[in-house]
Design a protein around this ligand. Structure first.
Ligand SMILES: [Zn+2]
Ligand SMILES: [Zn+2]
Length: 252
């Protein structure tokens, strides 16, 4: 299984970065986890958008789906003609909210571009060679962490979440944990996100083999975040970088 980070910024994109987006590949299967602002430009460096097999959106915050409109245009105006509807998995009610900012034609085009399904917690979905399962975490209701399984490897993307029991349950058994590390220490507990220390503690508690910190505010010191998480985890940690590719499985 391979993870390509498409966006590592939280809320708004730092210079040269994008908001939440992760390309997960297993064999010839390609799935996109979240589609925040700037994600489609980065996706297009590594994969034709028409080659995606499915898209999952974890929750209704704009930095996780703003580029769904760009993806719709990329599918509609593909060089070989309009692409078939792309499976899109969203929390209940989110697709209607996406359409609410569009006119009648725009809503119809959005509905044509995607084959929409509501996410059901804990129900494994088979997308080609990948299996994906979603678990509730503690953020805006509802928000889902996503677990991708391929050839015995397990990647968990926490999406946005507070530290606590829900994040631990969602992350259980993770080989690679891609964790929300939005907050500088002075914001700890004041917002429904984790600090880097909390992300490191989560990786430790769930027995992850390695940790990738992501969803960092542009104002967060990435060097300090890495050191804080490494201290709490005691295992290998990196900070997500746009277009970085991480292999999961072969090295475990
Ligand atoms: Zn977010
Ligand atoms: Zn959020």
């Amino acid at each position: 299984m391979r993870l390509t980070v498409l966006g590592s910024s939280a809320s708004y994109a730092d210079a040269g970065r994008a908001c939440a987006g992760y390309l997960v590949r297993c064999g010839s299967t390609s799935v996109l986890f979240d589609c925040g602002n700037g994600v489609i430009a980065n996706l297009s460096r590594v994969l034709e958008p028409t080659a995606l097999d499915a898209v999952f959106i974890t929750h209704e915050h704009i930095d996780h789906f703003a580029d769904i409109y760009a993806l719709q245009a990329a599918l509609r105006y593909a060089p070989s003609g309009p692409a078939p509807s792309l499976p899109l998995y969203v929390p209940v009610g989110l697709f209607a909210k996406m359409g609410a900012v569009l006119g009648t034609t725009g809503r119809a085009e959005l509905a044509e571009a995607f084959d929409v399904h509501e996410i059901e917690e804990g129900v494994p979905l088979h997308v080609g060679a990948l299996t994906v399962a979603a678990y509730r975490v503690d953020h805006v209701e509802p928000t889902y962490a996503l677990c991708a399984m391929c050839d015995g490897s397990r990647l968990v993307y926490t999406s946005d979440t507070r530290a606590g029991a829900a994040a631990r349950a969602a992350s259980a058994g993770a080989g690679l944990l891609v964790a929300d590390a939005t907050l500088p220490d002075e914001y700890a507990g004041r917002s429904a996100h984790m600090t880097a220390t909390e992300a490191g503690q989560l990786a430790h508690d769930c027995g992850a083999r390695s940790l990738v910190l992501t969803h960092l505010w542009p104002s967060v010191d990435r060097v300090k975040a890495l050191a804080d998480a490494a201290r709490a985890f005691g295992g290998p940690v990196t900070v997500a970088q746009e277009l970085e590719e991480i292999s999961i499985g072969e090295e475990e």
